[in-house]
Design a protein around this ligand. Sequence first.
Ligand SMILES: N[C@@H](CCC(=O)N[C@@H](CS)C(=O)NCC(=O)O)C(=O)O
Length: 195
Amino acid sequence: MHLYHLPGSRSTRVLWTLEEIGAPYELTILTREEKRSDEHRERHPLGRVPVMALDDGQFVFESAAILLHLGDLHPEAGLLPPVGTTDRAIAYQWSVFAMSELESSVFGWVRARRAQQDEAEPAERFAQVAAALAEAVTDRPYLLGDTFTVADVLCASILGTAFRRGLTEDDGPLRAYVGRALERPANVRAEAVGR
Ligand SMILES: N[C@@H](CCC(=O)N[C@@H](CS)C(=O)NCC(=O)O)C(=O)O
């Protein structure tokens, strides 16, 4: 496993997952110039991160795809419930929700703010998405209950961006959930390694 990473980017999610797993991996920290190079476009057609080189040399991009694959490769880490179970379906559900609903609502709002546009619509969209997640983690540590999964890596890392950027002042179950997830030793290590 070889991760191509840019500090402070979505590839930190992959590092977090690799640290949760605890198996050896290689890391290349790219500069912004290297990310734009032809060499990196061979790995990712849009020149983005994260990219993971698998042990057979195949490059895989899209953070959620990489996390789900890592969960499959390392069942001993318990980051995904067994294939075909209802819990597995729920892990897929929140992973896809993270990418399609949550991430677009957070970055849509960030873009509106940067462009000094009206924030009412993106704020309302984020509020609905955040309420769905808050309900899911009320009275339970993680989205699937006691078990931490790759869906938590995705949702908590994106929600962390929302809190850091001051998009929400939630002080209830959602803040507690994000704090609990981000304080996991594997994420603390990932932040240090990938800085
Ligand atoms: N949906 C992709 C998004 C990847 C992405 O946009 N990565 C950003 C960093 S957070 C990037 O590489 N941007 C560089 C660019 O657009 O040139 C994923 O989750 O992997």
